[in-house]
Design a protein. Sequence first.
Length: 328
Amino acid sequence: MLPKAATVSVPDDSVAGTGGADELGPRIKAYEGQAAALACSGKDPVNVAMIRHWCEAMGDTNPAYEGPEAVAPPTMLQAWTMGGLSGHEGRTETFDDLFAQLDEAGCTSIVATDCEQEYLRPLRPGDEVTFDTVIETVSERKTTKLGTGYFITTRTDIRVGADLVGTHRFRVLKYAPARRKERTPRPRRPRPVVNRDNAGFWEGVSRRQLLIQRCADCGTLRHPWLPGCNACGCLEWDTVEASGEGTVHSYVVMHHPPFPAFDPPYAVGLIELAEGVRMVSNVVGVPYDKVRIGLPVRVEFRRYEDGAEGADGDGLVLPVFRVTEGEG
């Protein structure tokens, strides 16, 4: 079941898209009880192939859905009524008319909020379903975090022959998007977690140096910084300063979810340094969709915020990697 949007009633001087009393509400309330689809037939009979695909997608291994006595999973109820791209004969213009009035009033956005199903008997391969859909309820005007609008609930009664086998209720919110609040100051970027194991790395960054740990026993270079060598186990180490040259070993493009202080989309690369170790950072200097594996890059220390640098200051300097291909 989809989560319900939290709602509260709003006074009559706050109308979706208009001011004054809610004149739209009574008009669209009149659509309650009107048919949105009449005597529609399912595109396909209930069949084993679709049941198998559904169970594989859902990871449902219930033996009741296999073999000669198989039944369809109850939650497939809506699947047998879907019209696909071509739609259904028997669909009325009720929905179009209702939504046109809402669009005209400024309720131009829509989101699904709730789904309820009632199962009266199992569906079996070979069953041919028919169904009717009615606009069951139109709510009073509501306000959500998304905006102000109306909840519309449809009820679809599904039959095999004359027998009612299930009921599907689907609720949407048709709303006018809430006005965006005035821009607030840009949030600070998250600070790196500095501890006793990696403090030397960040101290180097504050000096615009890219430092790599080196085992004092076997000489193995390592990154990220660790308390001991992962090759020989030695706890003694020193550092070498990386040249900053490297290549994109792998990368991802971040689109979602958006985080405060970041502007997606942006490319995050796994950079293989000339010294042989790898580190993760942003790839800059080319559009995110031009980043490719193998691109040559060079470290660049970028200041993101003003203020004193370091763990206790307001400023932030981070190493990023700029693409050098094509530089003259």
